[in-house]
Design a protein around this ligand. Sequence first.
Ligand code: F6R
Length: 247
Amino acid sequence: MRIYREKDYNAMSRRAAAVIAAQVVSKPDCVLGLATGSTPVGAYKQLVEWYKQGDLSFAEVRSVNLDEYVGLAPDHDQSYRYFMQTNLFDHVDIRPENTNVPSGLAPDAREECARYEQTVQELGYADLQLLGLGRNGHIGFNEPCDEFPVATHLVDLTESTIEANARFFASAGDVPRQALTMGIGTIMKARKILVVASGADKADAVAKAFFGPITPDMPASILQLHPDVTLVADESALSHVVEAEKR
Ligand code: F6R
């Protein structure tokens, strides 16, 4: 695993954007696996800037996103499709038909999971999969559990996730109860993985995921078995790693 230790969120974002840009430049028709959440926002901003300066093109890129809430329309401002449109897709030259996010409105969510897994498989899986890290070590919506889920699947959100998300919705009752997410197997089939982490509240998860035991109780720990992982993190997110490395 390669670790980039950056001084703060901005430096972390630029470094992560550089890793993504290097992928796009070296293989213009690559499959990018993308993530939502607050951590990658700065990296997406940097990619948009490089595109606007004429240094980068997404014209041939295909993308697959990790996850989506069940029940949210693509234009709902909390849907992950909306996040991708507003943070990246609307500002660069990626073709709309080349972007893939699971549909939150599919009448049969399990069928949609199977369809989505097949789409990712037909694209040959991601050349580079970007991942944020949950404080409990989740990746995508793969929460701590008893075994690593393999393929794209439907998850019931935990009460704590629902509570944490409630601030983004008019009321707690509006928070989606389920989500569709790539499985750990889908993620692990990516040729390269880029994990981004920022802030002291991720320090514990970073140390446990990359230096602790491999267990489905810490889903990101499976990444220790992947042959090509890059972790781009700021100093606060890496603050528990020094001690973990000594153990
Ligand atoms: C996003 C996703 C999540 C986030 C994770 C970290 O598509 O699947 O696993 O990456 O919850 O979120 P932030 O970056 O908001 O801390």
